[in-house]
Design a protein around this ligand. Structure first.
Ligand code: CP
Ligand code: NVA
Length: 310
């Protein structure tokens, strides 16, 4: 049965129960194994995609995914729509609900996406906002499951900016019982509201949550090492000061040696080699970045099947 989540939006991972989250990963693995079984499952369905920030993976994996499922995508650059001229979110939501079956949006404001979902009568999927990147976590956790055979009890160490990725790892990891250690420079830690959500989830799941300014402490005995760019989309103006603040938050051989011997390295991409990670790590034997990127396709096909198929 794949339709118990039919009609649901995914703004951030707090909206999923552990069972729902795991069922998406399970379906993603099934879709990856036998894509032909799902061909035509979303026949006649249309996904609108709105982009206010750049994208390669999200754009192509969602579009390829809906096509493979028998549906179609309409890609909108918000600058060329009336949204870009200030049309109210409410009107956009109501109007688009009459044309398409789901909306995927990549933008800045989480509040705007929440309003879009509130006013729309169709599912709204967050394809990255300033605070969240839930679709990336679905793909990442699928990848971790493939690599390690489990999610619960895995130690994930994220070294870098307390950004949308860090928030999503905190919420997703604490939901499924993963230990999440985040090392960020002072002043760049994840927002306290998302740490609080993780701590609350952890009471139930048994996860250990550790927020530190010490990369070595975070990485110690980790199964999975992760980082992300030092300046996310929207923060590019702070590149120079961030490069200074983050210079000891690079994943390199000196740090990776503290992780478990069979650790894997992940990165949502795009990456800046020589900044947040060295070339020998990201292109080395422990890296699974291309498997991770491919899983965006399978995980999002699973998500679309869950929320778009009756
Ligand atoms: N990881 C990710 O979301 O990539 P894009 O920015 O290319 O979509
Ligand atoms: N944290 C990055 C992720 C890009 C996929 C950003 O928001 O730009």
């Amino acid at each position: 049965m794949i339709n118990s989540m039919y009609g649901k939006s995914l703004l951030d991972l707090t909206e999923l129960t552990k069972a729902e989250f795991l069922s998406i990963i399970e379906l993603a693995i099934a879709v990856k194994k036998k894509p032909e079984d799902y061909k035509g499952a979303l026949s006649g369905k249309i996904l609108a995609m709105i982009f206010e920030k750049n994208s390669t993976r999200t754009r192509v994996s969602f579009e390829a995914g809906i096509i493979q499922l028998g549906g179609q995508a309409i890609v909108l650059d918000s600058k060329n729509t009336q949204m870009g001229r200030g049309e109210p979110v409410k009107d956009t939501a109501k109007v688009m609900s009459g044309y398409v079956d789901a909306i995927m949006i990549r933008t800045y404001s989480d509040q705007m996406v929440a309003e879009l979902a509130e006013e729309a009568t169709i599912p709204v999927i967050n394809g990255l906002t300033d605070n969240h990147h839930p679709c990336q976590i679905l793909a990442d956790f699928q990848t971790i499951y493939e690599l390690k055979g489990k999610l619960e009890g895995i130690k994930l160490a994220y070294v870098g900016d307390g950004n949308n990725m860090a928030h999503s790892f905190l919420i997703g990891g604490s939901l499924v019982g993963m230990d999440v250690a985040i090392a960020a420079p002072k002043g760049y830690e994840p927002k306290s509201e998302f740490i609080d959500i993780a701590l609350k989830n952890a009471e139930e799941s048994g996860s250990k949550i550790d927020i530190t300014n010490d990369p070595a402490a975070a990485v110690k005995d980790a199964d999975i090492l992760i980082t992300d760019v030092w300046a996310s989309m929207g923060d590019e103006g702070e590149q120079a000061e961030r490069a200074e603040a983050f210079k000891s938050f690079q994943i390199n051989n000196r740090l990776a040696v503290l992780a478990k011997k069979d650790y894997n390295f992940l990165h949502c991409l795009p990456a800046h080699r020589g900044e947040e990670v060295t070339t020998d790590i990201i292109d080395g034997a422990h890296s699974a970045i291309y498997q991770e990127a491919e899983n965006r396709l399978h995980a999002q096909k699973a998500l679309m099947l869950k929320v778009m198929k009756e």
